[in-house]
Design a protein around this ligand. Sequence first.
Ligand code: B1M
Length: 211
Amino acid sequence: MEILTQVSMALQEGDDQQVSTLINTLLEEGVKPEKIIDKGLIAGMDIIGIKFKAHEIFLPDVLLAAKAMEIGMEKLKPLLSLSSTTVIGKIVLGTVHGDLHDIGKNLVAIMLKGAGFEVIDLGKNVEPKYFVETALKAQADIIGLSTLLTTTMPVMKNVVDLLRKSDSSRNVKVIIGGAPTSKEFALDIGADAYAFDAVSAVDRIKILALS
Ligand code: B1M
């Protein structure tokens, strides 16, 4: 079996030690960290999501897989954030109130740092007021909102509305992302941009920071 597939399998089994060992092997073979994340870790997590939805596995299994994902990401993080030395913009990032999913948001943060952004990561379950106050106080260029739950999508609109009330000059831009969101939803709630994944998030945020 291909080693990347083995990473995906080990993650699904929640075997973080095996994930770690396999990542070492792949790195020694010269496989790029981005490829390990995409074809190994995220691929495994996608299958976990499908099995969870089909009631084939349960929350403790998902938690174990999430832990293995975190350990894998920790290992790869230093290799992803090497490239940039100059700060090209400041972003306040977080998962919205009511949502505890932060793996994707953490990946976006790592990529942004690597691309030269200063990232103020507020974590998960973040109240709209905290996003807005932090962004204005820190004179951030952008607020980045993540959510994976359909039930917490409306909180994104709350952040945008509060920001527009508090920042009449519209200096601070908003980008949203996370599986249930879309370009249309971003437009609907008055956000400035939407990104499908961490790589496109960096591209969109670069454009926003320059506009
Ligand atoms: Co939960 N969960 N979960 N979960 N979980 C999902 C999201 C779900 C789709 C599973 C399913 O049913 N198939 C489902 C949501 C259904 C819905 O609302 N549409 C779900 C559910 C229902 C729940 C609970 C309600 C379960 C329960 O308690 N009964 C509960 C909610 C708790 C809460 O938040 N209040 C819950 C809990 C959990 C865990 C805590 C166990 C764990 C999270 C651990 C953690 O994050 N620290 C967990 C996990 C791991 C998942 C799945 C399996 C994997 C998510 C993940 O990490 N993916 C997920 C199923 C799935 O997505 N396949 C599921 C890997 C990650 C790299 O991808 O986060 O999509 P993702 O991020 C991507 C893009 O979305 C994008 O870029 C990232 C990288 O490319 N992106 C952005 C994300 N944020 C962005 C921001 C941007 C731009 C791009 O700009 C700012």
